[in-house]
Design a protein around this ligand. Structure first.
Ligand code: PBG
Length: 323
């Protein structure tokens, strides 16, 4: 490559048309998945205090919200449920008429073109708030798999388009893939939360999904933020077990992990721009300290530049407005 003064990088930055022509990464509506929270009840949308602009919807209010996403051209939503009551085994997670199962049916009935992805986990449904079955004060891996399989099948029967296990139990992708296949759901893709870190950035979500652990933390099943090679092993396992889309979560503090997953595996990569990442930008913007639109677009573009093919983000609707 020639050097200064022959090569002057500023030449191609001189005006917007040149910048458009050499731009390497473009954020598009095609990249976006919008997460929504659903609760029991009627005609209610309760704003989540640490996530301005995001709501817990009752099913009747969720449907118009889903319609809005389709109208905006957003390809899909991922749904999280808050049950009527919680118990040690998270029973409502795999009830045929549980909150998510009802929500999926209602959306697929009225907005069939919107992709409905369901988060498969137990933490919103268990009274202890952990993502699996507890015995002797520990989350038990293999007994949890059976419940995750049941949950996935009820989601599939309700009409879910994509199943997204977020529990981080070992072996759950294989167990869920086998069960889906045996029950005639060979064509339902699995979006695996493959490299999911034990992150403090989930704080606002736990208010939204009412899913904070009641004792201890999630560090015996979610990953240590210090580890990247381990993320590659997790992703490799999930690919072997049949995952179709591999997720890294959170996104911004883990851009290196997104990049390494994309470079090493060449698979569809999803990144979850989580609740805390959203809340920080919202809070700073509300204080007038940063420009929300520019900061959010910069952050989301960086996630794509790192290698993500799709982004789960609470900014999805705003992005469509902005771009
Ligand atoms: C459920 C789940 C969590 C998130 C997605 N699925 C919370 C957690 O693991 O504690 C977090 C999403 C967000 O913060 O936006 N296990």
């Amino acid at each position: 490559m020639s050097t200064f003064p022959i090569y002057r990088p500023r030449r191609l930055r001189a005006n917007e048309n040149l910048r458009r022509l050499v731009r390497e990464t473009e954020l598009s509506v095609n990249d976006l998945i919008y997460p929504m929270f659903v609760v029991h009840g009627n005609d209610t949308a309760t704003e989540i205090s640490a996530m301005p602009g995001c709501y817990q919807y009752t099913v009747d209010r969720l449907v118009p919200a889903a319609k809005e996403l389709a109208t905006l051209g957003i390809p899909g939503t991922i749904l999280f449920g808050v049950p009527a009551s919680k118990d040690p085994l998270g029973t409502e997670a795999y009830a045929e008429d549980g909150i998510i199962q009802q929500a999926v049916r209602a959306i697929k009935d009225t907005v069939p073109d919107l992709l409905v992805i369901t988060d498969v986990c137990l933490c919103e449904y268990t009274d202890h708030g952990h993502c699996g079955v507890i015995e002797a004060n520990e989350v038990q891996n293999d007994p949890t798999l059976e419940l995750l399989v049941k949950e996935s099948l009820t989601h599939a029967r309700a009409g879910a388009d994509v199943i997204a296990p977020s529990d981080m139990m070992d072996g759950r992708i294989g167990a869920i893939r086998d069960a889906l296949d045996e029950n005639g759901y060979q064509n339902i893709p699995i979006m695996a939360y493959a490299a999911k870190y034990a992150s403090a950035f989930y704080g606002p979500f736990r208010e939204a999904a009412e899913s904070a652990p009641q004792f201890g933390d999630r560090r015996s099943y979610q990953m240590d933020p210090a580890n990247a090679e381990e993320a590659l092993r997790e992703v490799a396992l999930d690919i072997q077990e049949g995952a179709d889309i591999l997720m890294v979560k959170p996104a911004l503090p883990y851009l290196d992990v997104i990049h390494r997953v994309k470079t090493e595996f060449q698979v569809p990569v999803a990144a979850y721009n989580v609740s805390g990442e959203y809340a920080m930008i919202k809070a700073a913007a509300q204080n007038g300290w940063i420009d929300e639109k520019r900061v959010a677009l910069e952050a989301l573009t960086s996630i794509k530049r790192a290698g993500a093919d799709m982004i789960l983000t609470y900014f999805a609707k705003s992005v469509v407005e902005w771009i």
